[in-house]
Design a protein around this ligand. Structure first.
Ligand SMILES: [Zn+2]
Length: 301
């Protein structure tokens, strides 16, 4: 027996566990390096950055996605009509990250084309040859009209660079909202990101809690669910996206899933703050199952 193996043999259980932990940290660092492109090979890690409003950067293994980019500076468009906080302009807060790094992606996903998900600054900043995934042919035509050359319509089984991008359905408001504002406002989609050895991430998009969301949870059994939950409000109509009760309903339908709150505190009609939702989750007993990242914050999954 060499001196080295003698030393190893004398390790206490606690020391051995500490060493194993170090190895885990090292392998996780390597995976992170791979996902940022500084090492080769597919990573088994996903990183989700809450950029601002519904804009997300998702590095899913080694494939990098930008979701619903609104990249304009503060005040680049007025308050939405017939909504609270008319004295504010949109976006209400600056972009927290550098645009050049943000748009260095493999593909863009647009859940729908409302101004707070796809703006002039995004159209200008993104390469026109990037693949852009959209919910339907009508949106595809509009994005082709913006000059993008590789626009693809999502399906429930879309594949891209080894990642399944499953289109999910949703409705941008309650039945009362759709009745008052018209069917077209309701047309949105979500996406479930799936790949072996990676957590399934379901980005629900601009929808309220409804059967579509319940179906998506049953179908995809997501580990992580991103919810647009700023409770965007229109006077005399109601909410266009999730509020506290919708988030609670999602938690009850997927009690094991980690919920990530997005689309908050960035445009004028979003009346639910991160602080209020956090207090609600605490009162309802699911604070350990929700994260409310700040703009610019990255969650490793
Ligand atoms: Zn929105």
């Amino acid at each position: 027996m060499t001196a080295e193996t003698t030393k190893t043999a004398k390790l206490t259980r606690r020391q051995a566990l500490a060493l194993a932990g170090g190895a885990l940290v090292a392998s996780s660092a390597a995976a992170q390096a791979a996902s940022t492109g500084s090492a080769s090979g597919a990573s088994n890690q996903a990183k989700l950055t809450q950029v601002r409003n519904a804009t997300l950067r998702i590095d899913y293994g080694s494939v990098r996605f930008l979701v619903d980019p609104m990249l304009g500076g503060p005040g680049s468009f007025p308050a939405f009509p017939r909504t609270p906080n008319q004295d504010r302009t949109n976006p209400m807060v600056p972009l927290p990250v550098d645009v050049a790094g943000l748009v260095d992606v493999d593909a863009v996903i647009l859940t729908h084309l409302h101004h707070d998900h796809w703006d002039a600054a995004a159209k200008a900043a993104l390469s026109k040859s990037l693949p852009v995934f959209v919910q339907d042919e009508a949106d595809a035509q509009a994005v082709r009209g913006d000059g993008f050359k590789d626009v693809r319509v999502l399906t429930p089984t879309t594949e891209f660079k080894g990642v399944t991008l499953a289109r999910t359905r949703g409705v941008h408001g309650s039945p009362a909202v759709i009745e008052k504002m018209g069917k077209n406002i309701g047309l949105v989609c979500g996406v479930a990101f799936k790949r072996q050895r990676l957590k399934t991430i379901y980005v629900a998009g601009d929808t309220v809690w409804n059967d579509d969301v319940a179906d998506a949870i049953r179908t995809h059994r997501p580990d992580v669910i991103v919810l647009n939950c700023g409770d965007a409000y229109v006077f005399g109509v109601g909410s266009l996206i999730m509020g506290t009760q919708d988030v609670l309903a999602v938690h009850k339908a997927a009690p094991q899933a980690l919920l990530i709150g997005s689309h908050m505190e960035a445009v004028n009609h979003c009346v639910l703050t991160r602080g209020a939702l956090q207090a609600f989750a605490d009162r309802e007993g699911f604070l350990d199952k929700i994260k409310l990242p700040k703009d610019g914050e990255t969650v490793t999954l």
